[in-house]
Design a protein around this ligand. Structure first.
Ligand SMILES: *[C@@H]1O[C@H](CO)[C@@H](O)[C@H](O)[C@H]1NC(C)=O
Ligand SMILES: *[C@@H]1O[C@H](CO)[C@@H](O)[C@H](O)[C@H]1NC(C)=O
Ligand SMILES: *[C@@H]1O[C@H](CO)[C@@H](O)[C@H](O)[C@H]1NC(C)=O
Ligand SMILES: *[C@@H]1O[C@H](CO)[C@@H](O)[C@H](O)[C@H]1NC(C)=O
Ligand SMILES: *[C@@H]1O[C@H](CO)[C@@H](O)[C@H](O)[C@H]1NC(C)=O
Ligand SMILES: *[C@@H]1O[C@H](CO)[C@@H](O)[C@H](O)[C@H]1NC(C)=O
Length: 461
């Protein structure tokens, strides 16, 4: 989901002012207590991994050889409301508590509903700062406006665990108010997966902390999103695919990954949009047109003139009205084939995804809608309608977005049903337990931890 107020990030102070987290530290080797979920079940192999990681952590902590060992991890995604939204899970605080968060490559802030949120956050689980011994209040205000809502609160830091990685002093926001409809239970907040320069909080996003600290085998993350809109037996929550951190899973795609460098300074994951065809006919695209690749947006938004040109290729389509303003209706009996290119290979969007929803027995609403974005923002937003059709890779260095065809294994996961995955915080396997590239920061953060502990001790006496 794209934050509307790009201005906010321009006004934000440089990250260093807030002390962007760069230290990645070992967790203590204890099982994470997941308050709302079943404890991660361990089999013998997992106990082995656990034992090994505990030993590695101790070696790192007590002055053994500093190994710059890298690792990978994954997070199971959940498909919410028939491909409307995709969320994952992480754990935060000490003791760690797990939360479901919308995975959003179209924004860069991580935030969770806080104790003051009250009714505006509905019945979602709340992050409670007073229950975490590692909570640090940065006491700066936070506010973000997305295309479909807004959130505000204050900026803080805490230890965050996700996909087997742990980051101490990860910046995020505790939210006091959200606009209605932004959070759909059980989702408690957003995990922004775009670049720091876009963060309203000024904080470095979790993924970027991990990538820039060389924690990952490969400095990239990848996303595979399932399709359930096509399944008449689909439930409100279904297995949604996976977020791979530090690697690409070659079982999920075929051929090679076609990487396109991102346009300009990294902020959004934006790449050139070079070609768009509907029913085999080209839609004219201005040169220099860019598209943001956005897991947090359900559909595909583009400039009014281009969207009109798309529906002009579909007989009997017409602008929709009322709450559907900006969308178009078309006869459901028409199979619409769209192909898109970002400068490299050409990718197809399934007609099933193009037909976003049906309003009566014959009329469908198309997934492409008219939108206008601000200057400096990409003019197109490619959301889940497109992403369900490919394996997507978000690469740190060189900054680029890659796509590959889905494998038959991946395609078979569409509509396959089965249990909704529980929180996959994972057994912490982060091989890098100390960052030697930022010793000064590390020392400072150790000092602040000591001060914090001393302060807490005073409070508890
Ligand atoms: C953190 O700081 C903000 C701004 O000063 C304040 O409103 C909030 O109550 C503080 N939170 C906690 C848990 O102390
Ligand atoms: C839609 O669902 C049907 C029946 O499950 C399946 O055969 C077909 O491949 C699906 N289409 C897409 C594009 O996923
Ligand atoms: C790769 O994907 C396949 C298919 O979903 C899965 O069975 C396998 O565990 C995955 N491997 C890794 C390392 O993620
Ligand atoms: C479906 O909705 C469209 C637009 O509102 C209308 O023109 C059409 O007559 C409706 N069809 C049926 C079968 O109700
Ligand atoms: C993806 O699959 C399509 C259909 O099989 C094929 O035509 C195309 O060349 C493939 N693209 C890449 C980049 O492998
Ligand atoms: C982390 O690495 C730095 C540089 O190698 C070293 O000076 C420091 O003692 C290490 N800290 C820990 C906790 O291992």
């Amino acid at each position: 989901m794209l934050p509307l107020i790009f201005l906010a990030s321009l006004l934000a102070l440089p990250a260093d002012t807030f002390g962007a987290p760069t230290d990645v530290v070992p967790v203590s080797g204890q099982a994470i207590s997941l308050l709302r979920r079943n404890q991660y079940p361990r089999d013998v192999t997992e106990w082995g991994t656990f034992a090994k990681s505990q030993r590695d952590n101790l070696i790192a902590k007590y002055g053994g050889p500093v190994k710059q060992k890298r690792s990978t991890g994954y997070n199971s995604i959940i498909d919410q409301q028939y491909d409307s939204s995709y969320y994952g899970s992480l754990a935060i605080g000490t003791p760690a508590v797990s939360f479901d968060v919308k995975l959003d490559t179209g924004s860069s802030d991580f935030w969770l509903a806080g104790p003051s949120c009250g009714t505006s956050c509905g019945s979602v689980s709340i992050y409670n700062p007073s229950s975490s011994s590692t909570f640090q209040n940065l006491s700066t205000s936070f506010s973000i406006v997305y295309g479909s809502g807004s959130a505000e609160g204050y900026v803080a830091q805490d230890t965050v665990q996700m996909a087997g990685f742990s980051v101490s002093s990860q910046g995020f926001a505790v939210v006091d108010a959200v606009s209605q409809g932004l959070l759909a239970s059980p989702v408690s907040g957003f995990l922004g997966l775009a670049w720091q320069s876009l963060a309203s909080s000024g904080q470095m996003p979790l993924w970027q902390t991990l990538a820039s600290n060389n924690v990952w085998d490969s400095a990239l993350f990848a996303v595979r999103l399932t399709r359930y809109k096509n399944d008449s037996t689909a439930q409100d929550l279904e297995p949604g695919g996976v977020l791979n951190m530090g690697y690409t899973n070659s079982s999920l795609y075929t051929g090679s990954i076609d990487y396109i460098d991102i346009t300009g300074t990294p902020s959004y994951w934006y790449i050139p949009l070079t070609s768009l065809t509907v029913q085999g006919n080209s839609i004219s695209i201005d040169s220099g047109t860019t598209a943001a690749i956005d897991t947090g947006t359900t559909n595909i938004g583009g400039p009014a003139s281009s969207v009109q040109a798309i529906y002009a290729q579909i007989p009997n389509s017409q602008p929709a009205t009322g709450e559907w303003e900006g969308y178009y209706s078309f006869p459901c009996s028409t199979t619409v084939n769209v192909e898109v290119s970002f400068g490299g290979a050409t990718w197809s969007i399934s007609p099933v995804d193009f037909a976003f929803t049906q309003t009566n027995s014959t009329e469908c609403i198309g997934a492409f809608f008219e939108t206008s974005t601000g200057t400096g923002s990409p003019s197109w937003i490619f959301g889940d309608t497109f992403l369900k059709n490919v394996y997507s890779v978000f690469r740190y260095n060189p900054p680029s977005v890659g796509f590959a065809n889905l494998s038959s294994v991946a395609v078979a996961e569409n509509g396959a049903g089965g249990a909704v995955p529980s929180a996959t915080i994972g057994t912490i396997s982060a091989a890098v337990t100390n960052t030697s590239d930022a010793p000064r920061r590390h020392a400072l953060s150790a000092l602040s931890t000591l001060l914090f502990l001393a302060f807490s001790a005073v409070l508890f006496l």
